[in-house]
Design a protein around this ligand. Structure first.
Ligand SMILES: NC(=O)c1ccc[n+]([C@@H]2O[C@H](COP(=O)([O-])OP(=O)(O)OC[C@H]3O[C@@H](n4cnc5c(N)ncnc54)[C@H](OP(=O)(O)O)[C@@H]3O)[C@@H](O)[C@H]2O)c1
Length: 120
């Protein structure tokens, strides 16, 4: 369920929150910035600012657009086969190489895999 549908207007209140949308003109919460700016330009600008890392929380469309700016992937893997689903990235075919830098195995076979971008 999406945060808004669950009644969460500020799901990461301890962070600066920026929502990309062409359909929303303003946020439903004063602490959330809504923008239709080019994601690549915005993220490149954020990277020039002082502060912590940038956490991209989004689906395939936004992640696909921002793929050139993604330096680290944290993938959660569950031992479930669904048969079909949505891709992690919706982007044109353009392989990028990542290196596994950390991993964690949890009960029932759940994994957290961290990768750093190596090239591309
Ligand atoms: N595992 C995770 O961490 C994680 C996180 C988030 C989502 N998800 C899952 O991913 C799936 C899809 O999520 P999602 O719909 O958030 O992802 P998405 O497909 O990346 O988001 C699409 C929406 O983002 C906005 N958008 C995309 N590119 C934009 C641009 N250049 N400028 C302005 N707005 C832009 C548009 O919103 P408007 O239609 O409002 O214009 C578009 O409808 C869901 O099933 C969700 O549960 C998983």
């Amino acid at each position: 369920m999406q945060p808004l549908a669950a009644g969460l207007t500020s799901p990461y209140a301890h962070l600066r929150q920026i929502v990309f949308s062409r359909s929303l003109t303003s946020g439903t919460d004063p602490s959330v910035e809504v923008t239709a700016e080019d994601p690549i330009a915005l993220v490149r600008g954020l990277k020039q600012e002082e502060g912590l890392g940038i956490w991209l929380c989004g689906g395939a469309e936004l992640a696909g657009q921002l793929l050139p700016e993604i330096d680290e992937l944290i993938v959660k893997q569950y031992p479930i086969v669904a048969g079909s689903g949505i891709p992690l990235f919706r982007a044109e075919f353009s392989p990028r190489v990542f290196t596994l830098t950390d991993s964690g195995v949890f009960g029932k076979g759940n994994l957290i895999l961290t990768y750093a971008r190596t090239s591309g």
